[in-house]
Each structure stands twice: as C-alpha cells, then as structure tokens.
Design a protein around this ligand. Sequence first.
Ligand SMILES: C[S@@+](CC[C@H](N)C(=O)[O-])C[C@H]1O[C@@H](n2cnc3c(N)ncnc32)[C@H](O)[C@@H]1O
Length: 224
Amino acid sequence: MATQVLTQSARVAGARNALSKEACMAMYDEWATSYNTDLADASQNYVAPILTAQTALHINRKLAPTVLDAGCGTGLVGQALAKGGSTGSGVVIDGADLSPPMLKIAGETGVYRDLLVADLTQPLGRAEASYDIVTCCGTFTRGHVGPDPALREFLRVLKPAGIVVATVLYEIWLSGGYKAEVEKLEAEGLATVVSAEVDDYRKGAGDKAVFLVLRKKATTAAAV
Ligand SMILES: C[S@@+](CC[C@H](N)C(=O)[O-])C[C@H]1O[C@@H](n2cnc3c(N)ncnc32)[C@H](O)[C@@H]1O
C-alpha cells in the first residue's frame, strides 16, 4: 500500500520535475494506461477535471456549446462535460494534447468529436473564433505549459464572448507569470477576468489551483 501511494505521487512529481518537453512527454506516454486509476485513488483524489467541467457549464451561455479541451490527456474533462446533465446537453468537444498514448485513451471514451496532437507552447492549428469554450485542466503546472502564447491562443480560437476555464497550479500562479499574462491580456482589451478562485486540485494530496475563468471580449480591440 505504501509503495502504491509513493508510486502515484512519484508519477505526479516526475511529470512536474521533467527537465524537457521530451522528458515530460515520455512520462505521460508511459503513464497513460494507469493515469485515470492512479489519480482517482484517495491519496490523490484529483477533483480538478470535474470542477473545471462544472465551472465551464455553469458559466457558459450557449446551447450545445463547442469546446476545445486543451491538454485533454485521457479525457477526464471531456467525460465530465458530456455527463453535465441538461447544461451539458449537445456539447461538442475536440481534444488536443502532445501525448499520442494519452489521446488514445481519450478516444476510447467516445466523447470527443476530434482529437489532435498539438503542442500548446506553439500556435494552435485551429481557425480563430472556432469554439465557445476552451478548457485546460492540469496542464498549466510545473514543467508543462507556460502562459504565453497558450492563453493568447485560447482567446484567438474562441468566438466573441467565449470563455477559457483553466486551472493553474497555485504555487506557480505568480512565479510562472500566469497572473501577469492575464493582466496583460486584460490591458490589451482581449479579455476580462470572470473569476480566479483558489480551490482543491488534488484534494487527497492537498494541493490547490487557481481556477481561472476568462471571457473573450465581445468585440476585441484588435477587431475595431
Ligand atoms: C496532468 S495532465 C492533465 C490531463 C487532463 N486535462 C486531466 O485533467 O486529466 C497534463 C497533460 O498535459 C499534456 N501536455 C504537457 N505538455 C504539453 C504541451 N506542450 N502541449 C500539449 N499538451 C501537453 C500532457 O500530455 C498531459 O496529458
């Protein structure tokens, strides 16, 4: 039992402490088949995907919204969105991630319309104004994806007044430049902050995340 707990926490620590993108991907490629069971364990109690989906469906104003689940991993957010009851009715979800083995598990859930291999540290291969919602859970964390250009890209692919719902590991909200990038995007007139609440992330392990909700401006400064 003690070995199992250590293994689950060691997996998370290994991914966060990866020294390169390639090392991070190697961790996820190897972890994909046991990721869901590892993070469902009481020692982890990874509640962030459900909180992310609930937040997105609660704030969304559109019927049958189209969603890009960025850093979708094995599809935990997509599954929670699809189970979202009446508010999740008709939701159409695309997923993007850099790990093909993680995307393979996401594909097996049957809830994604399309799944693409994408590096969130680069421009997204999606047309602007394509989605009502971008979710990004668990990917703004140590050793993974920084705020720039990812947040700006999320806003670009959103339709006017669409929303980003993203978790940012609390310990890097300031030091990783996420808060500063959000302020920059606001100052540029691209988005407004709907909320940035600190809540449970891996409840069993005791870590927290900022649950960031950004709304793209209905008419952006760039479009005027
Ligand atoms: C902690 S998992 C979160 C997955 C899923 N959203 C969830 O909440 O279960 C982090 C994910 O980020 C992906 N990832 C890490 N770096 C990435 C990058 N540069 N571009 C795209 N995805 C990346 C990993 O492959 C992994 O699936």
